[in-house]
Write a protein that binds this ligand. Structure first.
Ligand code: ATR
Length: 276
């Protein structure tokens, strides 16, 4: 029987995950379908119960349900529990198990493009929201040694650091402090919404002292090239946008559901075509 997968969120109409996963199912000859489900906050509990009764084989979780879903699941992977957010659910013999593949997806994409191991590098994360938490906790879990955090609201960054269950050497910085010591970083990770369409000219900080051998990774992919990516390039550094993170969080979910590896280049092409 055809297996049913999907993504739950609100809004969900513009999600690129259905096209990406349905193409991957077809490419691997799997009898499965991936469906977007528009689920409001108030309907989340009944939706999860319904998906279980129907026997949905697995699904992704997006805004605004990534945290609210935790108490509704049967088990939560320790990393996802630490992050406090689930983006992937696997139906294992009738039990819904929650995982978070955002941080791991980011690290795979970064490693691929950076071309060298990243865990021993001097890393700066800009931002302290949900995406920063997934990336910081996953980097820490994997053994990163030095990851500083710069954020507008220092208290948010302090809390993010304090609640991390994995050991890592971290300084909390204002944006100005980070600007002043930018030359210390090998890898700079931009996780805020600053520079996202339509406010594409905005920058979280200036990169006056970025090294030419540094690498800047912005998790935004709309626009493809943010203002901070442009500045990094002008100063001779290498850059990447958030497409690879999006593709790999999906590829990792796909692997958890099917045990098979999806082709990330093919997935990325689907997303680029959808973005126009
Ligand atoms: P996400 O879950 O996508 O990471 P979020 O949780 O809303 O989004 O986090 C947004 C991040 O972007 C935070 O680090 C936020 O800074 P604060 O902690 O100070 O709120 C940052 N951010 C968003 N808009 C910003 C702006 N205009 N200037 C500076 N930082 C901003």
């Amino acid at each position: 029987m055809k297996k049913l997968y999907g993504v739950i969120g609100d809004p969900i109409a513009h999600s690129m995950s259905p096209a990406m996963h349905n193409d991957a199912f077809a490419a691997l000859g799997l009898d499965a379908h991936y469906q977007p489900f528009h689920i409001t906050r108030e309907d989340l509990p009944v939706a999860i119960a319904g998906m279980k009764v129907i026997g949905v084989a697995g699904f992704n979780v997006t805004v605004p349900h990534k945290t609210a879903i935790l108490p509704l699941l049967d088990e939560i992977d320790p990393l996802a529990a630490a992050i406090g957010a689930v983006n992937t659910v696997v139906n294992e013999k009738g039990k819904f198990i929650g995982y978070n593949t955002d941080g791991e997806g980011f690290i795979r994409g970064l490693h691929e493009e950076y071309g060298k191991p990243v865990l021993d590098k001097h890393i700066l994360i800009i931002g302290a929201g949900g995406a920063a938490r997934a990336i910081y906790y996953t980097l820490s879990q994997q053994g990163a040694v030095h990851v500083d955090i710069a954020n507008r609201t220092l208290d948010n960054a302090q809390q993010l650091k304090a609640r991390c269950p994995y050991p890592v050497n971290t300084a909390i910085l204002t944006m100005e402090e980070a600007e002043a010591k930018l030359a210390e970083y090998d890898i700079i990770i931009q996780t805020t919404s600053i520079g996202m369409s339509p406010k594409v000219e905005d920058l979280p900080l200036r990169l006056s002292t970025i090294r030419t051998d540094a690498f800047l990774s912005d998790i935004i992919y709309n626009p493809f090239e943010t203002a901070i990516m442009k500045e990094a390039k002008q100063r001779g550094a290498r850059v990447q946008n958030g497409l690879r993170m999006f593709v790999y969080q999906g590829a990792l979910a796909f692997e958890k559901w099917t045990g098979k590896l999806a082709d990330p280049d093919r997935m990325e092409k689907i997303v680029i075509d959808k973005l126009g």
